[in-house]
Ligand binder design. Structure first.
Ligand code: GRG
Length: 287
């Protein structure tokens, strides 16, 4: 008789690491060769995407496909497209006209290494490639996936969030938490929620499963930004106070995990992603 044993925490972590490697390998294959003409843009695209990213959004996408009973691999092209979109947003967010950042993913930002003009074009090229990848594959619900990712990138999502962020300097502290929550919903939670929903759709989700995926992704996405701000001691953490931000992140993560109940054990990878996020909040500064 074989006795079913629960996978150990180490086995589960190893699986996430292996899936992140699978994503890296797929990205490596789909990015144009660094020597292809014009080489500078291709070298820069590879430099930005293949840098030290956590692959949080691709892993959520693969986990959501698994939650609805598909093989995680079935969502791999969608997972890669999401990472390309995310990397585009980082490259543009770092530009002198936005955050004017010097470092990203432990290395010089794209514009510092390749020049501002090239960095603008790299962002454009990554976003365009993402949609080429989505158009290439025979994933179930392909058109709906394109619609959802486009919506998350647009003025209700990333771009709208960035526009509000550019205006945010004028907010008083009292209104800051509300305004910053709106920005976080758009800049961060929209793409994270889209990662979960499109992963579920790539796995053939039904309407109830899509709704549950959306609830999980939205709450997890907002918690992600709260915790990021706790680490940087700015944004929502500065406006609400670190302790209130930690409590709020904890509540959001608990509610996100509750939304996974209809999926049963098949959503364990998504539960593990939520646990991982919660554990990062414990390492943030206390005040
Ligand atoms: C669309 C013009 C335009 C600009 C982009 C949405 C946006 C505007 C930029 C996103 C940049 C940003 C700092 C968003 C907040 C979310 C966040 C903390 C991103 C960092 O994501 P991680 O921690 O990064 O997953 P890695 O490098 O691990 O992928």
């Amino acid at each position: 008789m074989t006795v079913a044993t629960k996978p150990s925490p180490q086995t589960k972590t190893r699986r996430l690491e292996q899936l992140a490697i699978l994503v890296d390998q797929a990205l490596e294959r789909l990015l144009p060769d660094a020597t292809a003409v014009p080489p500078i843009v291709h070298e820069a695209m590879r430099y930005c995407v293949l840098g030290r990213g956590k692959r949080f959004r691709p892993l959520l996408c693969l986990g959501a496909a698994e939650a609805v009973g598909a093989q995680a691999r079935q969502a791999l092209p969608v997972a890669c497209a999401l990472e390309l979109v995310h990397t585009y947003s980082l490259v543009h967010d770092d530009l002198p006209a936005m955050d004017n950042a010097d470092e990203r993913r432990g290395q010089a930002t794209c514009h510092r290494k390749f020049g501002e003009g090239n960095a603008i074009l790299v962002g454009d090229a990554l976003l365009t490639l993402a949609f080429e990848v989505l158009g290439r594959n025979g994933t179930p619900n392909g058109l709906e996936i394109v619609r959802i990712i486009s919506h998350a990138c647009g003025t209700t999502g990333l771009i709208g969030g960035q526009v509000l962020d550019l205006q945010a300097a004028s907010h008083t502290l009292a209104s800051a938490a509300k305004a910053l929550t709106d920005i976080a919903q758009r800049k961060t939670a929209a793409l994270i929620a889209a990662s979960v929903v499109t992963g579920a759709l790539a796995g053939g989700a039904n309407a109830n499963q899509v709704r549950a995926a959306q609830r999980y992704g939205q709450d997890l996405g907002l918690a992600f930004q709260l915790i990021d701000d706790m680490h940087d001691q700015d944004g929502l953490a500065a406006a609400m106070g670190v302790d209130a931000a930690r409590d709020e992140a904890h509540k959001l993560i608990s509610r996100a995990v509750k939304a996974l109940e209809p999926f049963g054990r098949r959503a364990d990878m998504l539960r593990q992603m939520a646990d991982w996020l919660e554990s990062t909040s414990e390492r943030a500064p206390t005040r």
